[in-house]
Design a protein around this ligand. Sequence first.
Ligand code: CO
Ligand code: ZN
Length: 325
Amino acid sequence: MELLKKLTECAAPSGRESKLRSLIETEMHSCCDEIYTDALGNLICRKNGNGKKLMLAAHMDEIGIIVTFIDKNGFLRFSAVGGVRDYNCVNRTVIFENGTRGIISFENKNKPSGSDKMYIDIGAGSRAEAETLVSIGDTAAFVGEYAELGNRVCTKAADDRAGCYALIRAMQQGGKTDNDIYAVFTVQEELGLRGSKTAAFSIKPDMGIAIDVSSTGDTPESVELNLKLGEGPGIKIKDSSYIMHPQVRDFLIDCAKKADVPYQLEAAANGGTDAGAIQFAGCGTPSGTVSIPTRYIHSQTELIDTRDLENTVKLIKTVIETELM
Ligand code: CO
Ligand code: ZN
């Protein structure tokens, strides 16, 4: 899991994905015919084929914060980049692109509250000192330790570095077919599936599949969801961004059977993936999502099962090797 550790430890909040992009580019060189970065920053890795176009997408960006104001004492005010929950901010550490670290705290120490009542302490004593380290509009990612817990991994940004990992490994292991494969590592998913929208627009795939994390229903008193950790990748029929095209649903189920991989059907009330944007490409593109079951999504301690991850690699490898009709 050395590669997964490297991917999750990289800081790449939405809009500032370049460090992670170079890391992924290094991994992808050996297994692609063509690699390029588009105008928004999506990394597009193509394995040429004469057949139909298959777009596979995993997003590079992670949630974070953006600086909105610096007060006279050097404290920063901020707003969220993506779906940051207030209770996941308190007493957490963030890291800026230049390495500056800050601690998030809140005004009334007895009463945790919304981000408008929170601030970041970067150790500066004045506005002038703070401004030597950060500027308005700078983004930072959360800091989280990578830890292996038996078969499970606890880390920040499993959303969606787990998906990036699965896509990299599947491309490295996948054999050649007639499919024209586009492995796309997208930007700005957490801000509303923005990168995948433009990537899909330019590629015009015949089918699109996103690989992303999805919430489980297997913790005490949690909402009732079918997904459980350790029981295989999810085939996501629905979330709030799309309903999976029946052709893609059948294709993914067939591939799971062919790969001899356990899978879990999933219909979620909330959330969205790049598949929600890909479906609108061209005159409409059948799209779907393979999900990696994950607990505590959008915290610094997301929890995944490595067996699910390896089964996702197997499934995506089979998807790559199965000719689209
Ligand atoms: Co997310
Ligand atoms: Zn995600």
